[in-house]
Design a protein around this ligand. Structure first.
Ligand code: DGL
Length: 268
């Protein structure tokens, strides 16, 4: 048994899609969340910078005495997972492998779309893993750079979001994919809009679901579940204060994020 919290980081509020899964699948665990709101977006940055940021985020979480880290951010997972696994000796779980496994499992016509930031799509991390699982699966990547600011602006269910999604996704639709990986933490907040564009026949894979399943299996296997009874506590930290984080986050999680503390992440 291990009563220390689980650490989660993301470039902003998108990682709350992982928090939602932790609340559902591991409701008794304490969680420390760090959103690097001062340095968002990660998706347009170089590998070197993303590795540096990821290491700083994990150093901060380790100061909070976490027992494991979930890299909620797809961009950081695709660019930095190897480097951070080598740099730290606590379990670090990214979202790419779980997302790739889920997509390979659910596709029926072996045509999978991958949408994400420029960095995630350019990294080729999802196609590489999917091909390893099943070389017959064809993958098609589309960088949807405007989705993150739309979500951060609170415009997920607006006409602007719909028209933007049409522009990005119509080609994927014509290619006949039956599965799309929501390869960015922010995109599950756009799931309704994306579904309206691609239609109900296309399965949207949220990698957070399988990532948290993997965390749960790992904690059980290593006998590291929290022993203390009652629901887990959630603490939120941001590198820049953001009113939107609380508003959109509270809305999305259906629970009040009352307090988020500001952290100077450059000190880590
Ligand atoms: N959270 C990031 C991801 O999952 C996207 C946002 C950003 O560009 O920082 O890829």
């Amino acid at each position: 048994m291990d009563d220390r919290p689980i650490g989660v980081f993301d470039s902003g509020l998108g990682g709350l899609t992982v928090i939602k899964e932790l609340m559902a699948q591991l409701p008794n665990e304490d969680v420390v969340y760090f959103g690097d709101t001062a340095r968002l977006p990660y998706g347009t940055r170089s590998r070197e910078t993303i590795v540096k940021y990821s290491i700083q985020c994990i150093r901060f979480l380790m100061r909070k005495n976490v027992k494991a880290v979930v890299i909620a951010c797809n961009t950081a997972s695709s660019m930095a997972i190897q480097a951070v696994k080598e740099a730290f000796d606590i379990p670090v779980i990214g979202v790419i492998e779980p997302g790739a496994e889920a997509a390979a499992r659910v596709t029926r016509n072996n045509k999978v779309g991958i949408i994400g930031t420029q960095a995630t799509v350019a990294s080729g991390a999802y196609p590489t893993l999917i091909k390893k699982i099943n070389p017959d699966i064809e993958t098609y990547g589309v960088a949807c750079s405007l989705f993150v600011p739309i979500v951060e602006e609170g415009w997920s269910d607006t006409e602007i979001a719909y028209l933007t999604a049409c522009r990005y996704l119509n080609d994927l639709k014509s290619l006949g994919v039956d599965t799309i990986i929501l390869g960015c933490t922010h995109y599950p907040l756009l799931a309704n809009t994306i579904s309206k564009v691609v239609g109900p026949g296309v399965t949207l894979v949220n990698p957070a679901v399988d990532a948290v399943r993997q965390v749960k299996e790992m904690l059980i296997e290593r006998n590291m579940l929290r022993e203390g009874g009652g629901p887990g506590h959630y603490r939120y930290y941001l590198s820049d204060f953001s009113q939107r984080f609380k508003q959109i986050g509270s809305n999305f999680l259906n629970t009040d994020i009352e307090y988020a503390e500001k952290v100077d992440i450059e000190n880590y």
